[in-house]
Design a protein around this ligand. Structure first.
Ligand SMILES: [Zn+2]
Length: 185
């Protein structure tokens, strides 16, 4: 149906509030730790992450992706668990697929603000004009903490230079922040 979904296993597509909800999961049986690169086959848990996607005609499409959290099996790694990522589908912590993000970038570059939001609306994409102005080229969640909660990390990183831009370093640098998982909404 959508070429960019070839990287995941689509399980079903259902009508959901006037839109299309596509349930999918990652195909692979192992995942590499984003911090140390070690491959793991030990699943810690699963959760669902929703991504706004390109429309199908004018029908809004949401991808509900089952994401697995894995144990890092490298005892020397500061990360104890990590969430798998799907290269080509969406950036870590993004709420929109990369395909939709690129489309919004094109719209914003041509028509920022109200005109761009109006055009997106005509294309079936719900996006505020303020987001078109401020979020590009990076519409990711930003400062919201990822899924790791207390106890997910062996220790806090003491490496200098962490600025929060790297989602993997952000994973363990927010351990004491008390924030909750927002990417499953
Ligand atoms: Zn690791």
């Amino acid at each position: 149906m959508f070429l960019h979904l070839a990287v995941v296993q689509v399980e079903k597509a259902t009508e959901d509030g006037g839109g299309l909800l596509v349930s999918a999961r990652v195909k692979t049986s192992e995942a590499g730790c984003g911090a140390c690169g070690t491959l793991s086959q030990r699943i810690h848990s699963r959760y669902r992450r929703r991504l706004q996607d390109m429309t199908c005609g004018e029908v809004p499409v949401t991808i509900e992706l089952e994401v697995r959290r894995w144990f890092c099996v490298n005892l020397d790694c500061p990360v104890r668990t990590f969430a798998e990522q799907v290269a080509g589908l969406a950036r870590p912590y993004a709420r929109r697929t990369s395909a939709l993000r690129r489309l919004l970038e094109h719209i914003a570059l041509a028509l920022a603000g109200r005109a761009g939001a109006h055009l997106a609306s005509q294309l079936g994409i719900t996006v505020s004009r303020s987001l078109l102005i401020r979020a590009l080229p990076d519409p990711e969640i930003g400062s919201i903490a990822p899924t790791a909660g207390r106890g997910h990390h062996r220790r806090r990183s003491s490496r200098p230079g962490h600025d929060g831009a790297d989602p993997w370093t952000r994973t363990w640098s927010t351990r004491s922040g008390g924030a909750h998982d927002h990417i499953t909404r």
